[in-house]
Design a protein around this ligand. Structure first.
Ligand SMILES: [Zn+2]
Length: 152
């Protein structure tokens, strides 16, 4: 009798199975939206996939000015100290080759809450979404418009 094995849930906490969610991107496919790229990067942090995190950085991201092997090692190790428990995407917008995603990453370090909210910027490079930079946000906002109004 075949034993049914529950599909492994995706670490990006979308509720979908990993195989149907972020796995294809980690194996080399390009995320079709910045929102998907964001989710797949969170999942990569949770899985310790530093190579994917490096690959999806925009060429102008500061980490790109450092040696690849060193950065990949550091990113891969983040999961040793941090537990990536849950990702909440509050809002995202896309305008041509630019996109923004407002999210909260629920992250814990030895029981201590290290969760943070960020407005991430993404840009398309040769058709593929890449992570450009993130702005730390003090208080979560429901939408990007609401956040920008508060900051201005
Ligand atoms: Zn996923």
């Amino acid at each position: 009798m075949a034993k049914r094995v529950a599909a492994k849930a995706c670490p990006c906490t979308s509720g979908a199975a990993y195989a149907d969610c972020c796995a294809p991107f980690h194996r080399g496919a390009e995320a079709t939206t910045a929102d998907r790229l964001m989710r797949s990067r969170f999942a990569a942090f949770a899985l310790g996939d530093g190579a994917y995190l490096w690959r999806t950085l925009h060429p102008t991201h500061p980490l790109r000015s450092r040696p690849e092997a060193e950065v990949v090692r550091e990113l891969s190790r983040a999961k040793q100290t941090l537990r990536y428990q849950r990702l909440t995407v509050h809002d995202h917008d896309e305008d041509g080759d630019r996109a923004r995603v407002l999210f909260t990453a629920h992250v814990f370090e030895k029981g201590k809450d290290r969760s943070f909210t960020e407005l991430s910027e993404f840009a398309r490079v040769d058709g593929a979404w890449r992570y450009r930079e993130g702005l730390a946000v003090d208080a979560p906002a429901a939408t990007i418009v609401e956040l920008l109004e508060r900051l201005s």
